[in-house]
Design a protein around this ligand. Structure first.
Ligand SMILES: [Mn+2]
Length: 236
């Protein structure tokens, strides 16, 4: 069988040591799902983004910093965390290029929020702005632990994999506010926070707010999601 190359959309550490990086858990998840991982450095040149498109069959948009609110037409609020314009420009440009080619996309945490912003939606700069009754979404426990339920709607891949509901981990202080046109909420919490989205009329475009790659440390339940992603990339 042909190798399936999955681009792990890289992050940049702008403090010393300055470095491009992709977390080990994403690399392991792709390998265990049968793909060949390739960490993609943060670049500004659109020619290089075009090369990434030629090299990779699917793209994993990863977790990380907050997105600069200017990209969703808001000024910086007092509760927004650290952002990086270089990172935002790169990941937004790459997402739009990948979408235009209809390559398989799996987007995790910041990646899901980026998916929403790139397609025209916006975010709560802090989840407390959603309502005073919001659940805890920034767990203090170990990486493999889970902390809240997600309820899935029928008729999407997450329902097919996990049924009505699933316990997930949660490491986010921002969340989707208005959903972009072309994105459908596939799963949410009791408090109404969107935890999973599907790109409509798209071969494979899935976003999850939790970290499936970290859940795999203690339990294989998330392997099916990565396998479905790699198999969708193989069909590109
Ligand atoms: Mn959550």
């Amino acid at each position: 069988m042909e190798n399936v190359v999955i681009g792990i959309v890289g992050n940049i550490n702008q403090d010393e040591p300055i470095a491009h990086y992709g977390n080990v858990a994403y690399v392991d998840a792709i390998i265990r799902a049968g793909g060949s991982p390739l960490i993609l450095p943060v670049v500004e040149d659109s020619h290089i983004i075009n090369d990434y498109l030629k090299l990779c069959d699917g793209f994993l948009f990863t977790g990380g910093k907050d997105i600069n609110p200017l990209f969703y037409h808001e000024d910086l609020g007092p509760l927004c965390g650290k952002t990086s314009m270089i990172l935002d420009h790169y990941q937004l440009a790459l997402f739009k290029a990948v979408r235009a080619k209809e390559k398989a996309i799996l987007a995790v945490c910041r990646g899901m929020q980026l998916m929403n912003v790139a397609m025209g939606g916006n975010l709560y700069q802090d989840i407390s702005l959603h309502s005073p009754y919001v659940l805890g979404h920034n767990q203090k426990s170990d990486d493999g632990d889970v902390c809240h339920m997600v309820h899935f709607k029928e008729g999407n891949i997450l329902y097919d994999l996990y049924g009505n509901e699933l316990a997930v981990n949660s490491y986010h202080h921002q969340a989707i506010h208005e959903l972009a046109e072309g994105l459908k909420a596939a799963g949410s919490c009791k408090d109404g926070i969107v935890e999973a989205v599907i790109m409509e009329d798209y071969p494979f475009g899935v976003g999850v707010q939790w970290h499936p790659e970290k859940m795999m440390l203690k339990d294989d339940k998330m392997l099916g999601l990565f396998k479905a992603f790699v198999e969708a990339a193989r069909r590109n």
